[in-house]
Design a protein around this ligand. Structure first.
Ligand SMILES: [Zn+2]
Length: 343
């Protein structure tokens, strides 16, 4: 059983990662793919720590470093990285830098495997990692003009409406055959990318709903997050001659507060603007069990987005759902900026 992880630079300068048991490698990964690294790290739950080898050395002593609380220097909105680089400092501690070109945008110092995995997930655009060559200087974090830390919150939860196995309410179906669920997935993923790229953690849930009470319980999962957003597309109740194509965002009629309404207002305006459809505004709804559950937690704002009417004429629903999802994500980021507790 592996108890620690060793990062080395191979003779041809490629990263080599070993799951170690004492001084022996039980399994090796030769890859610079971050995805493969995270999968590898996740497989060795018993390996609490990691170490960066002294460059061009034989395998060194197997003593583990103390379990430091990793120091993440700064969490900043809107900064992206393109590669993770592993260094070893003078004390033998691993230093991992999220790099943008030659400069570090954020640095993790410490040797806890779980902190490393969290850090690796933080910059989705950085898909590779690299072990620093001998004599490389450990970078310091660059000073960007807008480096004021904005977000120190708890993240966003997005719920894909009408999840798998839904019996009582399969959602609407477009004339072209797409189900609401299919489009909700597209919109959720688009929003998630915007949110994560802004440096904000985002959790997506896609929960089977066997009965109505499950919706309330889905909402309860919002506890601990800053924002809960249930993602939906609208549909007419029946055939009608109206032309109501538009975006709207629902809040719970009795439980919603100003913060929920503000997020809903930003979001419906952003979606209407992006899709060039009418803004139907913030709608109160008493029967929304998912929001009722979310409102009973400590989540700071909870809303239900209806991007557009999927059964009205739309040139390309998948494109609309993607763009509407981006607008949804941008609205959430704007709300987080507005309501940030500055440190
Ligand atoms: Zn729906």
């Amino acid at each position: 059983m592996a108890t620690w992880i060793l990062f080395e630079r191979s003779a041809n300068d490629e990263p080599q990662v070993s799951a170690m048991s004492g001084g022996k490698a039980v399994e090796r990964l030769s890859s610079s793919s971050k995805t493969e690294l995270i999968m590898f790290l996740n497989r060795f739950q018993a390996a609490g720590t990691f170490l960066v080898a002294r460059v061009k050395d034989d395998l060194e002593a197997t003593d583990l470093l103390p379990e430091d609380v990793s120091l993440v220097e700064d969490a900043t909105l809107g900064i992206t990285a393109d590669v993770y680089k592993f260094f070893r400092n003078d004390n033998g501690q691993p230093v991992v830098a999220a790099m943008q070109g030659d400069e570090a945008v954020e640095i993790l110092t410490g040797n806890r495997r779980d902190a490393l995995i969290t850090f690796l997930n933080k910059y989705p655009n950085a898909r590779r990692f690299d072990i620093a060559a001998a004599g490389s200087k450990i970078p310091t974090v660059i000073n960007l003009p807008d480096r004021t830390p904005i977000y120190r919150g708890r993240g966003v939860m997005l719920e894909i409406g009408h999840g798998p196995g839904t019996r009582f309410d399969p959602g609407a179906i477009a004339p072209t055959g797409e189900t609401e669920y299919d489009l909700n997935i597209i919109a959720t993923n688009a929003a998630r990318q915007v949110i994560v790229a802004a440096g904000v953690p985002c959790t997506v849930i896609d929960t089977p709903q066997a009965n109505l009470q499950d919706l309330y319980n889905i909402g309860l999962q919002a506890g601990g997050f800053d924002v809960f957003c249930s993602v939906h597309h609208n549909a007419f109740d029946g055939p009608g001659g109206r032309n109501p194509q538009g975006a709207e965002v629902l809040v719970h009629r009795t439980k919603a507060e100003a913060s929920d309404r503000r997020l809903a207002a930003i979001m419906t305006a952003a979606m209407a603007d992006e899709l060039n459809i009418s803004n139907r505004g913030v709608k109160d709804n008493l029967a929304l069990l998912v929001l009722s559950g979310a409102e009973d937690t400590n989540v700071r704002a909870s809303v239900l987005a209806e991007l557009y009417f999927l059964d009205a004429p739309v040139p390309n629903r998948q494109d609309w759902s993607r763009r509407g999802g981006i607008a949804m994500g941008q609205a959430i980021i704007q709300w987080l900026k507005e309501t940030a507790r500055r440190s």
